[in-house]
Structures are given as structure tokens and as C-alpha cells.
Design a protein around this ligand. Structure first.
Ligand code: C2E
Ligand code: CA
Ligand code: CA
Length: 740
């Protein structure tokens, strides 16, 4: 004790350094201490003090000692100056100053803790703000530990204080960003969830629940695989989710169809990301879920629309061709694999359409499609190819006879009448069948063959089918050859006109000629129009050919005029094809020719057939009216072979009716006079509505006599003359009055 009283400083050091070690000085030592020894100890203690000072000077934490009797700080390390911004001396002089520095908002809390601690002598820890003299604010963390004497009485506290401003700032911004992310998580329009590695949900946001129609509590008590009721197709994909955990893929994204809690089918994109910790161990799995049901259904609709006929909802040409391609590929791989294509065309559909209107026509097509579907649907593809054409692909058939059976089934099923808005409609179809051909690998070739075969079936009459044979293909290739020749023929102007006189019976006079096309073929000689007109029409060559015909006819007429031939009341008939009539530049072409070649349109009659008037989507009548207004006469050719009724004629802009050759031929053989009666009524009615009549194809005297007796005014036919060339025609014009 004497030693300790030696100097206050030493006392302080002693307490600081040895107090905890509880060194008890012995009496004997105190009594016998010699000065030298004491000096040595002092020196030792001074060294210790220096060490201690070095430590306290160098640490950035503030180290302090509080006397528990006075509650006053009696030592503080130099770091105090930096943290509190005040000198250590000021603290010694004014021991309460450190308390005054506490931020008013934290003061009561900090003081409260301090008071309890001093009272109870417990260890304490507190974080609070202080205000430095320069008014800057600093967060400090203060810790103090009680020091007890032998009697377990606390006689001081050892404390440490540190500047935690930076940490507080970081904490605050961390908290802020956490809040921020929580908000995003809660309000995100896409579903977000977190599962552990067993797939058990740990966190889920409202969008996730909403998409799957679950409550969040339901999801949180389940596993990811429970929630995604995988249907058949995506089952394998969910297995993939499991794989993800096994293979440690870090992320994946799949599109899948799943069911909501209410068993609604939805399409979603599910993205999963595995989160790894700093040791690269997987921690959990985060999911993002996007509902793409609307987009998918729109996509499906678009795909469906692109591949289906909007009217009947049957596959369209594109889809059919695709399936046919697939069938061809299969047949190439295996000889056992066989398929057949049926090409079906509704007979007389155009008439039905025209007489009942397009709306009913459409309804009829829908019902036909339905019947086909019911009868032969299933694994066969039935497509609407366009208009009234349907195609059927019989895929993987055991035998070719199946195709015939199917054709019969179709014919049979169509035999029942259709009831369309109270109209009973009877329908039949012509069917062309092509069978799997191992040399033919292009869908368009197979379809072309089927189409050609269908036409052959049509020729046989209604409700027939025909099976493709190779001669048809030969015909098709001949046709192609003809087309090529026709092109060069037009280019080289190998065409000329023949003229067949039309005789007026009462005046016994040639009233006109019909101009008929002839082809001066370089190797085959003179070719009639029967073969070439259909090809020219199909290929569109008819337009340039037609223009050439007009030019030839106009020039011939101008030449005869110039030669001074007797052309009083004379009319030159020119045949006009439907395609020509429909061409938008027909009138400009005619006008151009008329201005170049000086002829009077009143000397020209244009012959059109009834079928032209039946052409869909085209107003032939107004074009005819226009031509008629220009001065051209109009004749209805081949009358009787088409479908127009006599009453219909009244509305047409025509001048002359040409009774088809077939009627005239029958006149002679007609035993019950039925045919005669028809011809009679045609003539009578035509006269009644102001039309003149020409009988075509008159070959015999008997026919002539009969026609005369029926009041027919004009005839054309071999009896008087076949079509003749320009020279012979000119001769006829030399003497138009004839002796019949
Ligand atoms: P069409 O307009 O009915 O022409 C009458 C056809 O009957 C002509 O055949 C003619 O030679 C033939 N003919 C005339 N009198 C008799 C007869 O007493 N008995 C028989 N059996 N036949 C007779 P052609 O010249 O072979 O013409 C056939 C068809 O080709 C024409 O039928 C017409 O539709 C078309 N055609 C002819 N020339 C042209 C043309 O310049 N332009 C267009 N677009 N078509 C034409
Ligand atoms: Ca004609
Ligand atoms: Ca005719």
C-alpha cells in the first residue's frame, strides 16, 4: 500500500496493469525495499507504461476507464480526439463533456443504459450518435466491462468505443435496397419464387400466386413439382427441372403448358436460376414465371389460319402439300408404305352458286366439308384446295383398293340431298385418284396428275371417279410441248383465219362470215382450234393470240372494203374467249386497232359462249354492253350446251342466238319430235324478244328444210360451205346471192 501511495501515476499504472492479475504486495517486501530495487522497478514500470501508451496511441478504437465510484472517466486514449473531435484534456477537465456530446435523439436511450449499467455493474453495449464540435455527426459503438475487486465489488469499467459511422451508412443503404427489392418482388408483374434445393418453396410473390391461381400459403407449403401439374407434353421438361438440380446447371428456361389450381390450361415461360454461395455450393433456386397464354393462343391461331381454309376450317393447300411431302418421304423410306391422293371437284357447283347465291354456296361447301370429315376424317387429311375443289390424302394405306373404297364412300355420302336454308340441293362430285408412285417425288406432280384424272372423271359424266394412269401424264407432257410451240407460233405469226359463210335463208344471200382460227404449223400443217384454244386459255396466251385474231379480221375486212367488195349488210363474226372478255385491256386494245385499221364496228359481230356469262366475280354483261354501244353486234354461241334459261336471255345485251350443232344434228334423227320442239321454242322465243337466230352445223338438206319450216332465218354449216381460206372467201363475196 505504501508503494502504491508512492506516486499517483504509479498507482494508476499499477492498477491499470496488474489489477486484473490481482497481485498482492507482501508486507515484507514493502518494508525491506531498497531504493535501488525500487528504482529498477520504476524503470520497469516506465517501460511498461511506454508499451501501454504505444498500444493505446496506435489503436483507432477509443480506450477508456471509468471510475465506478464517481462515474467519471479518468483515462481516455488519444483516439478520443479523432472520434469525438475533442481533446483528451478537455475530457479530464470536464468529465461530463462526453455525455453532453450525445445526440439529443439518442440521449435518453444511451443515458438509460448507462445508468442501469452503473447501478447493476453489468457489462454494457450501446450504439448512438454524437455531435462533434464542428456539428458533424458520428455514430459510435460503446462497450464497457466491469472490473471487480477481491470482494467482487465493481470499482471501475474498462471501455472501448469505435466509430461506426461508415458501417451505419452501409447498413442504411443495405436496408434501403432491401426495401426496394422487396417492393419490386411484391409488385413485379412476373411471378417470382425461391425454392430450396429440394424444390420446397421459401418465398413467392403475388404475381406467381395469381398466375397459378393459388394462395401464397398453399404455394409455400408445397414443392415446385406439385404446383406445375405437367401435362403429357411437358412432363419431360419438368424432369429437366429435376435434372437441373442433379447436373448443377446454373440456369435454364423452358416454355411449358401447365394447369392452374382451377385446372385451367395456361402457357408459361419458366426460368430457373440456381444461386451459389461464395464456396460455389448451391444455396437455392430462383424462379421467374411469365404467363404467355394470350401470346401462345394468338400464335396458335395465326399458325392455324395460315394452314387452314377460313370457310370450312379444313387444312388448306399449304398444309396438304406439307403432309403429302411427308407421305412421299415415308414411301421413299419404306416400300411397304403406301398412300393415295383423291382430287375431288363438286359437279355443277357454279350453277348452284349462281342460282342460289354465294352465301348459300358457301354454306353448301361447309356442309360438304363436314360430310367428308365425318365419312373419311380421322387420320386422313382432307383439305379444301380452292373453290369447290377438295383433296384427300389417304396416308399409310394397306392396299390401293382402299382408295377406291373411299371414293365410293364419298360418292355415296354426297348422294343425300343437302338442306341449305330450306333449299334441297343435290350434289355430286368427280374424283381423280392417284396412287403412290415411287418415281414421283414432287407433291405438285402428284396433285397435277390427280387434277388431270379428276377432269377425265368429269368427262365420263357426273359422280364418277377415275384412277390415274400414265397415259394421262403423257397427255400432260404433250400439252406442255404444245404450249411451247404455241408461244413461238404466236411470235412468228403462224396463224391465219378461215371464213365460213352464214347464209340468210329468206334472202338466199350470204349475210356474213364466221372467222375461224387456223394454225399453219411448220411441221404438222394446218391445225384447227380445238386443241390450241384450251391451252391458250389456260396459259393466258389467248390474250396475245386474241389480239392477233382481231388484227387479222379487221385487216381482212378493210382489204375487202378497199377491193370494193359488196359488203352491204355484211357482218364478220369473230369468236371471243371468256378470258379475253375478262381482260381489263380488251376495250383499249380494240380501240387502238380500230383507230389503226379503218373498219366500222357495225360490220363486226362478237361471238361469246354462255359460260362466259356465268364466270364468277366478273361483270361480263357490262363489258358486253359497252362493246354493243361501240357498235359491235353480239352473238350467243353454242346455245343450248350451257345452262342459261330462255328467260335469262332477255336480260342479256345480245342480238343473235346461235343454236348449237348438237341440236341441229338431232333434228333429223328425232323420232318423237322432242328435239324439234326444243328448237322450235328457241326460235319462237328468240324472235319474241327480238333476237335473230342462226342454226349451226347444218349438214343436210333435211335439216335445212326443217329449219326453214320452223322459221329459222339463217344457217351455217357444211351443207353450204365448210370454213374456207381468204381466196375462196373473197370469191364468195363476188356473188353473195346464192341458189340453195
Ligand atoms: P364454234 O365457234 O362453234 O365454231 C364453229 C365450229 O363448227 C368450227 O370449228 C366449224 O369448222 C365447225 N363447223 C361448221 N359447220 C359445221 C358442220 O356442218 N358440221 C360440223 N361437224 N362442224 C361444223 P372450228 O373451226 O374447228 O372451231 C372450233 C371452235 O374453236 C369454235 O367453235 C370456237 O369455239 C373456237 N374458235 C375458232 N376460232 C376461234 C377464234 O378465232 N377465237 C376463239 N376464241 N375461238 C375460236
Ligand atoms: Ca363461233
Ligand atoms: Ca358455235
Amino acid at each position: 500500500r505504501e508503494f502504491i501511495c508512492f506516486s499517483p501515476l504509479l498507482r494508476y499504472i499499477y492498477i491499470s496493469l496488474f489489477c486484473d492479475r490481482k497481485i498482492i504486495m507482501s508486507d515484507s517486501l514493502s518494508k525491506d525495499l531498497r531504493v535501488a530495487e525500487l528504482e529498477c522497478r520504476i524503470e520497469h514500470l516506465q517501460r511498461e507504461q511506454e508499451n501501454f501508451r504505444q498500444i493505446t496511441d496506435s489503436i483507432k478504437e477509443v480506450f477508456f476507464l471509468i471510475d465506478s465510484d464517481t462515474d467519471k472517466i479518468f483515462y481516455v486514449s488519444p483516439a478520443y480526439e479523432k472520434v469525438w473531435g475533442r481533446s483528451c484534456e478537455s475530457l479530464y477537465l470536464e468529465p461530463q463533456s462526453w455525455l453532453l456530446a450525445i445526440h439529443p435523439d439518442d440521449c435518453s436511450r444511451a443515458m438509460g443504459t448507462l445508468e442501469t449499467q452503473f447501478r447493476t455493474g453489468e457489462e454494457f453495449q450501446e450504439e448512438y450518435r454524437i455531435i462533434r464540435p464542428d456539428q458533424s455527426i458520428c455514430w459510435v459503438r460503446v462497450q464497457a466491462f466491469p472490473v471487480r475487486d477481491n470482494n467482487d465489488k465493481v470499482y471501475r469499467f474498462v471501455g472501448i468505443a469505435e466509430d461506426i459511422t461508415q458501417r451505419k451508412k452501409t447498413e442504411k443503404s443495405l436496408h434501403k435496397s432491401e426495401e426496394h427489392f422487396k417492393l419490386i418482388f411484391e409488385q413485379a408483374p412476373i411471378g417470382i419464387a425461391v425454392t430450396n434445393l429440394k424444390g420446397e418453396f421459401e418465398q413467392v410473390n403475388p404475381a406467381f400466386c395469381e398466375i397459378l391461381e393459388y394462395k401464397s400459403s398453399e404455394i409455400l407449403s408445397s414443392r415446385i413439382f406439385d404446383v406445375f401439374h405437367a401435362n403429357d407434353t411437358s412432363e419431360s421438361e419438368l424432369l429437366f427441372v429435376e435434372k437441373l438440380f442433379e447436373n448443377n446447371e446454373s440456369e435454364f428456361q423452358i416454355e411449358l403448358q401447365c394447369e392452374t389450381k382451377n385446372n385451367r390450361q395456361i402457357d408459361v415461360i419458366l426460368k430457373a436460376v440456381i444461386v451459389f454461395d461464395e464456396f460455389d455450393d448451391p444455396v437455392n433456386c430462383q424462379y421467374q414465371l411469365l404467363d404467355i397464354t394470350d401470346r401462345k393462343s394468338m400464335e396458335r391461331q395465326l399458325i392455324h389460319d395460315a394452314l387452314h381454309d377460313p370457310l370450312t376450317q379444313l387444312p388448306n393447300r399449304t398444309l396438304f402439300t406439307d403432309r403429302l411431302k411427308a407421305a412421299i418421304a415415308c414411301s421413299k423410306k419404306s416400300r411397304d408404305y403406301q398412300y393415295a391422293v383423291l382430287f375431288l371437284d363438286v359437279d355443277r357447283f357454279k350453277i348452284i352458286n349462281d342460282s342460289l347465291g354465294h352465301l348459300l354456296g358457301d354454306k353448301l361447301l361447309i356442309e360438304i366439308a363436314q360430310r367428308l370429315q365425318e365419312e373419311i376424317g380421322g387420320k386422313n387429311t382432307i383439305a379444301r384446295f380452292g373453290g369447290d375443289e377438295f383433296t384427300v390424302l389417304l396416308d399409310n394405306i394397306s392396299d390401293f383398293s382402299v382408295a377406291i373404297q373411299v371414293a365410293n364412300k364419298i360418292q355415296h355420302r354426297l348422294r343425300d340431298y343437302f338442306d341449305i336454308d330450306g333449299n334441297r340441293i343435290f350434289v355430286s362430285a368427280s374424283i381423280g385418284i392417284t396412287l403412290c408412285d415411287y418415281q414421283n417425288d414432287k407433291p405438285e406432280d402428284i396433285l397435277r396428275d390427280a387434277d388431270a384424272t379428276m377432269y377425265k372423271a368429269k368427262e365420263k359424266g357426273r359422280a364418277c371417279y377415275e384412277v390415274f394412269d400414265k397415259s394421262l401424264r403423257l397427255a400432260a407432257s404433250n400439252r406442255l410441248k404444245l404450249e411451247t410451240e404455241l408461244r413461238s407460233g404466236i411470235f412468228e405469226k403462224q396463224f391465219c383465219l378461215f371464213y365460213q359463210p352464214i347464209v340468210n335463208l329468206s334472202a338466199s344471200k350470204i349475210e356474213g362470215f364466221e372467222a375461224l382460227l387456223r394454225w399453219n404449223h411448220p411441221t404438222k400443217g394446218l391445225i384447227g382450234p380445238h386443241l390450241l384454244i384450251p391451252v391458250a386459255e389456260e396459259t393466258g396466251l389467248i390474250l396475245s393470240l386474241g389480239e392477233m385474231i382481231f388484227e387479222l379480221a379487221f385487216k381482212q375486212l378493210a382489204k375487202w372494203q378497199w377491193q370494193g367488195k359488196d359488203l352491204t349488210g355484211f357482218k364478220l363474226s369473230i369468236n371471243l374467249s371468256g378470258k379475253q372478255l375478262m381482260a381489263p385491256d380488251l376495250i383499249p386494245i380494240i380501240n387502238r386497232l380500230l383507230s389503226r385499221i379503218n373498219v366500222d364496228p357495225r360490220m363486226i359481230k362478237l361471238e361469246i359462249t354462255e359460260s362466259v356469262l356465268l364466270e364468277e366475280d366478273y361483270d361480263a354483261i357490262s363489258v358486253l354492253k359497252h362493246l354493243r354501244n361501240c357498235g359491235f353486234g353480239i352473238s350467243l354461241d353454242d346455245f343450248g350446251t350451257g345452262y342459261s334459261s330462255l328467260s335469262y336471255l332477255q336480260r342479256l345485251p345480245i342480238d343473235t342466238l346461235k343454236i348449237d350443232r348438237s341440236f341441229i344434228q338431232k333434228i333429223q334423227r328425232d323420232e318423237d319430235n322432242k328435239n324439234l320442239a326444243i328448237v322450235q321454242s328457241i326460235i319462237t322465243l328468240s324472235h319474241a324478244i327480238g333476237l335473230s337466230v342462226i342454226a349451226e352445223g347444218v349438214e343436210t338438206k333435211e335439216q335445212l328444210v326443217k329449219l326453214q319450216s320452223l322459221g329459222c332465218e339463217s344457217i351455217q354449216g357444211y351443207l353450204f360451205s365448210p370454213p374456207v381460206d381468204e381466196v375462196a372467201a373473197s370469191d364468195f363475196l363476188g356473188k353473195r346471192i346464192i341458189d340453195l
